[in-house]
Structure formats: C-alpha cells, structure tokens
Design a protein around this ligand. Structure first.
Ligand SMILES: [Zn+2]
Length: 243
C-alpha cells in the first residue's frame, strides 16, 4: 500500500518494494535509482515495511488524535508552520519572477532595436533572421517561465489555510489504530525516506511525512499535564460539555 508514497530524500525517486527470497519476512523498500545502479543515487534508503508501517501509523494517529482534541490549537500550529513556509517560498518565487520579467523587457527592447537596425540598413537579411529567431525563442521560453512561476504562486495559495479541510477528514477518523490503503490515500501526500546514519553511535533514520492539505507538521512535545491544561483551555469536548 506504500507504493508511490515513499520518496528518496537524495534523488526524489520512488522507493520500490522488494522482498528477499531467503527471508520472505524481510519485506522492504529501497531507492529505485540506487537499485538500478544508474549513478543517480548512491544510497539505498532501505526501510523495512514493518518499520515504515509503524512510523506512519504512530505519526498519523498522533496527529489525528491531537487535531480532533485540540482543533483550534492544531489550526494555529498548521498556520504558523505554513506562514513560515509561504513567506520563505513567496520571497524566492517573487525574486525569480522579477528576474524573468526584467529579462523579458530587455529582450523586447533588443527586438525593437533589431528592427530599427534592419530599417536603417545596418543588418544583412541573414543576420537579421538569425537574431530575430534567437530573440523569439528567448521570448517564448521567458513567457513559459513566467506562466510556470505564476502557476507555482497560485498553487501555493491553494495550499494556504487548508487546516479546516484536513480537520474535516480527521472528524471521520477520530481513532486510527491500523493503517489501511484507504486511510493512506485520504491523509498522505508523500513520505520522504532518508538513508540511515550513525549519530553518536546510534543508528537513526529520518522519515518525513507530508500530509495532504497541511504538508509536513511537527506537533509540540507535551507532557500529560500540559495536555490536560491545554485540553481545559482549548479542548473541544470540554467546551461542548459546558455548552
Ligand atoms: Zn535515491
């Protein structure tokens, strides 16, 4: 059921499913490019099916539990995270767009000049043709770039403030104990799997889960009493009971 969801953190390729013949219990995923040995990726990003199932189930059930218990707080966390991402990304996109627009203006001017030179008789027909093709090609490429960048900006706007959409799905699944393909499709956009590494003598493997509509989200680490106090302040159930 994870096919298509798992991505390599280094090369972005899908991780492919495999099981070893000598040990049929050992079901795992690993990077397609590394397996093909095509030089595009040099690490396996190997992860066992039982390990990834465990990680995703825990992460998802935590988020669903948190989101259904503390809807307002959850929306706030999502918005804060997205605000950071959006501001960063918008800055990047805007400067890329400005660059392209400036070059577009430049090329328009160069193109105009070319015609002037032609009229003045300073250019041979051949040279004129060659240059005008060059500018036309660049204009087409630039126009495509502008369109692409505008699409990117519009696409990001769509992702904005969609915590409510996510909550609507959460309300249908308040308690997730087992992962099913249906649940996976409903909630998850992609899962980025890093290669295992040694950190202070311990083997760690980073897995980033990107949810539909809210992206990557990190919940605050809270103790039981903190959760209880948060529940008293923001908890839906408490508010509903007193209402
Ligand atoms: Zn890879």
């Amino acid at each position: 059921m994870f096919s298509g969801f798992l991505k390599c953190s280094d090369c972005g390729a899908n991780l492919n499913y495999k099981y070893t013949n000598d040990n049929p219990d050992n079901h795992y995923f690993s990077c397609r490019n590394k397996r093909a040995n095509n030089g595009l990726c040099n690490k396996t990003h190997h992860i066992r099916v039982d390990a990834i199932t465990d990680i995703v189930t825990k992460n998802l059930s935590n988020i669903v539990r948190f989101a259904s218990q503390f809807e307002d707080e959850f929306v706030k966390i999502v918005m804060d995270e997205q605000y950071k991402q959006i501001v960063l990304q918008q800055r990047k996109n805007q400067s890329a767009l400005n660059e392209v627009l400036a070059r577009e203006k430049e090329v328009d001017l160069l193109y105009e000049k070319l015609f002037e030179e032609k009229i003045l008789g300073n250019l041979t027909e051949e040279r004129f043709k060659k240059l005008s093709y060059k500018y036309e090609d660049e204009q087409t490429a630039l126009r495509q770039k502008v369109k692409h960048l505008k699409d990117v900006v519009a696409e990001e706007k769509k992702h904005e403030m969609n915590a409510d959409g996510f909550l609507q799905i959460v309300r249908q699944y308040t308690d997730i104990k087992e992962l099913t393909p249906e649940i996976l499709h409903e909630f998850i956009d992609k899962i980025v799997v890093h290669h295992r590494e040694q950190v202070f003598g311990e083997t760690v493997q980073k897995v980033e889960i990107y949810y539909k509509m809210i992206g990557y989200i990190e919940l605050p680490q809270m103790s039981k009493s903190e959760k209880q106090s948060l529940a008293l302040t923001f908890g839906r159930k408490e508010i509903d009971q007193s209402a």
